[in-house]
Design a protein around this ligand. Structure first.
Ligand code: ZN
Ligand code: ZN
Length: 220
């Protein structure tokens, strides 16, 4: 039980210090405000799965349900033959074992997990698998992102700069396209007898419309 409290203290303390140091940067240019809540949700789901896994009934064999377990796990007389638990004073179905840490007989005993404070059995295996799958997926995502950075010899900083550059290019292209469309419509208007300059160019040119120059930012 002590290890459970230690884990929760480590988790809570770590999340608190991360939230305290990082939340001042959220929302920011790169991260929207929703990340405050998704981080809490991710940690919350992790804690919930951890607690569910830790406190689920692993399948305790009692006098009331022992016959039910006997039909599911009959003796094979090879490694499991008729036996009685000397502590619980009930017959032991095949594959069951008395856990000395929990002081109970457990069906399909795998091992007593010191990390999760649980008895790994068929009952808890599915929760343990979900917990491990989520942790593995998170780590796999983290791994592939950094593997990509290594393989392309790029830093995280450069990834952001590159995205910024692409977005500027997109904006410049958009501006060029709209300028071309504007020019075309002006030319169309001028042929309809609108006021023109001596050289035939449209008269309403604005010197501020200098397309193609991205504003210079100190972050670039
Ligand atoms: Zn146990
Ligand atoms: Zn027992």
């Amino acid at each position: 039980m002590a290890i459970l409290i230690i884990y929760l203290a480590i988790l809570g303390g770590t999340y608190y210090s991360i939230a305290k140091s990082s939340f001042s940067y959220i929302p920011s240019y790169y991260l929207s405000g929703v990340h405050r809540y998704t981080s809490l949700l991710a940690v919350g789901i992790g804690v919930l799965l951890f607690l569910l896994t830790s406190f689920s009934d692993p399948g305790t064999v009692k006098a009331e349900n022992v016959s039910q377990y006997f039909s599911a796990y009959p003796y094979n007389n090879v490694i499991y033959s008729e036996k009685e638990c000397s502590t619980c004073k009930i017959p032991k179905p095949a594959r069951s074992k008395h856990c000395s840490i929990c002081d109970r007989c457990v069906v399909c005993f795998d091992h007593h997990c010191g990390w999760m404070w649980l008895l790994a059995t068929y009952n808890t295996q599915i929760l343990l698998m979900v917990f491990l799958a989520i942790v593995s997926l998170l780590l796999a995502g983290f791994f592939s992102y950094h593997a990509k950075l290594c393989l392309t010899n790029t830093t995280t900083n450069e990834t952001f700069k590159w995205q910024e550059y692409i977005s500027w290019q997109g904006k410049i292209n958009e501006a060029k396209a709209s300028a071309a469309a504007l020019k075309a419509s002006i030319n169309g208007m001028s042929t309809e007898g609108k006021p023109q300059k001596a050289n035939g160019e449209p008269s309403f040119e604005n010197p501020q419309w200098k397309i193609g120059e991205a504003p210079v930012r100190d972050t670039m």
